[in-house]
Design a protein around this ligand. Structure first.
Ligand SMILES: [Zn+2]
Length: 275
């Protein structure tokens, strides 16, 4: 699998995933939408949308997608939540899948590179809370010639990605004017017209928690990446259940960009207090 993972399959499968999330939210979460109707982002910036794993599991398509491509499938859910809530509120909804079955529980010491992309539940004690940082989650590029805009999703701790190819509007204009395909040098010039626009780009709050298995504090720790409302929400010594995706990341203090070494991390999709 390459680092740029996309949900494979025809666009109809993407549409099905969106439709199935929409149905799930309509059937199981009317109460959440009712609560959202009276909220504005001034009172609460983020609304955690707690979805029971069992509800996802009941839907064959969502269950398959969620287990095979968890992050992408959650991203689709967030898109649906955004469009469903936008008519009432400007609060940003974030899907938080909870109550993972016990078969997802893993020990940190058992995680390996081959577990990459898997959904896991870890019961851990927080050893260290890292600084709050932000990253450019969605970069907005604007064509300086025609004003055409394009959003490009970014990944944490990776080189920033530009739009694929030049401004589509200017490229079409140029091809129409010339009556043929543009030359390589013109193509490159049109490509350089797309420039990053700070205003309108979306920065997300993130934080790394260093955690170890609750039963073995001498075992190897692992970094858990948390975002949005979970940032600054936890203290050293707390015991939590992290439901998330096994992630691999370049080592943090790499001193050359193409370093091939990777470490395991878990990106939290939800966090539950353990009493
Ligand atoms: Zn343009």
């Amino acid at each position: 699998m390459s680092e740029e993972r996309h949900i494979p399959g025809p666009p109809s499968e993407l549409a099905d995933t969106l439709n199935h999330w929409r149905e799930l939210f309509q059937h199981e979460h009317a109460h959440d939408f009712k609560a959202l109707k009276v909220l504005t982002s001034l009172e609460q910036a983020i609304f955690s949308f707690y979805v029971d794993y069992a509800d996802i599991d009941k839907d064959d398509l969502l269950s398959l997608r969620f287990n095979e491509y968890p992050e992408e499938t959650v991203e689709r859910a967030n898109e649906v939540l955004r469009s469903m809530s936008s008519e009432y509120t400007d609060v940003r909804c974030v899907l938080r899948p909870l109550n993972f079955p016990d078969e997802k529980i893993k020990k940190i010491s058992d995680l390996r590179m081959r577990n990459r992309g898997e959904l896991v539940s870890l019961i851990v004690r927080i050893h260290e809370v890292g600084p709050r940082v932000g990253y450019l989650r969605k970069a907005l590029y604007t064509c300086i010639a025609c004003g055409h805009r394009e959003e490009v999703s970014q990944r944490v701790a990776r080189e920033r990605k530009r739009p694929r190819g030049p401004c589509t509007i200017c490229l079409e204009d140029a091809e129409r004017a010339l009556g043929e395909q543009v030359s390589y040098s013109l193509y490159k010039r049109l490509e350089s017209l797309m420039q990053l626009t700070a205003e309108g780009s979306f920065y997300q709050d993130i934080q790394y928690l260093n955690v170890h298995d609750v039963e073995s504090k001498d075992g190897q720790p692992i970094q858990v990446l948390v975002d949005d409302e979970y940032v600054d929400g936890y203290k050293t010594g707390e015991v939590v259940r992290v439901n998330g995706v096994v992630y691999i990341d370049p080592i943090p203090d790499r001193n050359f960009v193409k370093d091939t070494r990777r470490i395991l991390q878990v990106r939290a999709l939800s966090i539950e207090q353990v009493s």
